[in-house]
Design a protein around this ligand. Structure first.
Ligand SMILES: [Zn+2]
Length: 77
């Protein structure tokens, strides 16, 4: 789990052979969460974007807060 306020930058976004299914994206303020498939992840952020910076750039569609967290979804739910 990577949070918007993590001290480290996390890991950079890569387009490798073992890509995950997608990312679970959650709002820590209101607990709203959604699943973003990997193709959409690659569309939204350039390769090399660090996971914490991705979490920071999220804005909750439900409450408008910028307190996102990201968790890798390894397989089709
Ligand atoms: Zn929210």
């Amino acid at each position: 789990m990577v949070y918007w306020n993590d001290k480290g930058r996390g890991i950079p976004l890569t387009n490798g052979p073992c890509n995950p299914y997608g990312l679970y994206i959650s709002c820590e303020a209101c607990k709203h969460s959604t699943l973003m498939v990997w193709a959409d992840v690659l569309n939204r952020w350039p390769l090399g974007t660090f996971s914490r910076d991705m979490a920071r750039s999220l804005k909750c569609s439900q409450c408008g807060e910028r307190q996102g967290s990201i968790m890798v979804a390894a397989q089709t739910p």
